[in-house]
Design a protein around this ligand. Structure first.
Ligand SMILES: [Fe+2]
Length: 350
């Protein structure tokens, strides 16, 4: 009995002192030596991401293991795995999802001089819980054959009754629309946001349906005159085959709010998992993602704008035109997500 008690105390004692010995504050992996690998949970799946991982391994000798799934599933999985999760980094799209991960308590702050220097402040969480690594803008598109929609310059203008029966939108359950409305709440308050949503709903040509790609095709076909889409979807058509280019040529682009707060942008980003067993390697990978070559892979994989200041997007993306982005901190967009969902409900934007 005495021996058993001693054994238990010895185990407890060992467990209690090991984190402070290593000086590593985080998680179960704190006591483990660097194992030469990093485990990435990603909701992205582009060919260029593979090149990105290989390049990192070549440069550092650190092996990249990845699990790919839908963002919310990955967040749930990390939560369920708890302190035994092998996840080091979560990579996903949209500040709304990064905010959900943060709210789920699965992300840890990273204090990195490299990340602070390379990434603009509004594209990263104020405490370093996630970092935006490439950006996309949510833009107005119009059917060119129906003519340039004169006077349509802002998101607010979409609620003008003169566009009655001419606007198609995807569902409000989609995170891109939730984040856009969150940015409107942040800038103008919930009452103005609700008025806007109601005004846009009153202009719907049809009940919300389809994704951003369906919106582009509906606008190109003249089924709808106006819609909102993320830039990378349109850039895909611009850089696609002859059939895709023919669709692209029928669609005009308006970057909203150029004389005001700027066009709403969102990010693809990553955050360190709180229980990361390979914390140092994960931070090294995050920093690597801001290198010029990694930015190229990361942004081009999905026709996005590199987040690092001074780097240019690819030709298809650049072809959409230059614009002034909204410098609102994306953490602010997360904060208004729940309210945005409620407002969409009230407005009848299904
Ligand atoms: Fe998307």
């Amino acid at each position: 009995m005495k021996q058993l008690l001693f054994a238990i105390l010895a185990v407890l004692g060992l467990a209690a002192c090991s984190p402070s010995e290593t000086g590593e504050p985080q998680g179960k992996g704190a006591a483990a030596p660097i194992t030469g690998e990093v485990n990435i949970y990603s909701s992205r799946h582009y060919d260029t991401d593979l090149a990105l991982y290989e390049d990192f391994t070549r440069e550092t000798g650190i092996k990249v293991n990845r699990i790919e799934a839908e963002a919310d599933a990955l967040i749930e999985r990390i939560k369920a795995e708890g302190e035994f999760s092998p996840a080091d980094l979560l990579i996903t799209v949209d500040a709304g999802r990064l905010w959900r991960a943060e709210q789920a308590g699965i992300l840890a702050p990273v204090d990195s001089a490299v990340l602070k220097e390379r990434l603009p402040a509004h594209l990263r969480h104020p405490e370093g819980k996630w970092f935006g690594l490439s950006t996309r803008a949510r833009i107005i598109i119009y059917n060119k054959a129906a003519g340039v929609p004169e006077g349509l310059k802002t998101y607010a203008d979409l609620a003008d009754p003169r566009w009655k029966g001419q606007i198609c939108m995807r569902s409000s359950s989609n995170i891109y629309n939730i984040s856009l409305l969150s940015s409107i709440i942040a800038h103008k308050g919930p009452a103005a946001a609700e008025q806007w949503a109601k005004g846009v709903v009153a202009n719907f040509r049809q009940p919300p349906q389809g994704n951003d790609t369906a919106m582009i095709e509906a606008v190109a076909a003249g089924q709808c005159r106006l819609s909102l889409v993320n830039t990378y979807y349109l850039a895909r058509y611009a850089g696609g085959d002859a059939k895709a280019k023919a669709i692209y040529d029928k669609v005009g682009v308006i970057f909203p709010d150029q004389d005001g707060t700027g066009t709403h942008v969102n990010v693809s980003g990553a955050g360190l998992v709180k229980t990361a067993p390979n914390r140092a390697n994960a931070i090294r990978f995050l920093e690597y993602l801001t290198s010029e070559s990694a930015q190229r892979y990361f942004a081009d994989g999905n026709n996005e704008y590199p987040a690092v200041i001074g780097l240019k997007p690819n030709a298809a993306v650049a072809g959409l035109g230059a614009f002034k982005p909204d410098p609102l901190n994306l953490a602010e967009i997360g904060r208004h997500q729940a309210e945005a969902v409620k407002i969409f409900d009230k407005a009848g934007w299904n």
